[in-house]
Ligand binder design. Sequence first.
Ligand SMILES: [Zn+2]
Length: 91
Amino acid sequence: MISDRGRQRPSTSIQKVIVCECGAEILLIPDVKEMDRAIVYHAECHAGKETDPVKAKALFEQIQNYLVKQVLVVTSEEEFEKANSKRKEGF
Ligand SMILES: [Zn+2]
C-alpha cells in the first residue's frame, strides 16, 4: 500500500492577513513597498474621519504603527514556522 504522507500541502494558497483595530483585514503582500502603501491607505481611511488635522495626524500615525506591528508579528510567526519545518526536514 502506498501512502501519500510525503506529499506537500499547497501552503502558498493560504493568504496571510493583518487585522486592524477596526476589524478590517489587510492582505499581507510579500512586496514591502506595496504593503507600506496598503498600510498608509488604510491609515488615511481612519484619519479621514477626523476633522481636526492634529488629531487626524495622530490617528494616522497610531494606525500606521499598529499595522506595521501586525506585519512584524505575522511575518515573524511565518519565519518561525519555516525554521521549524527546516529543522524537521533535517532530521
Ligand atoms: Zn482600520
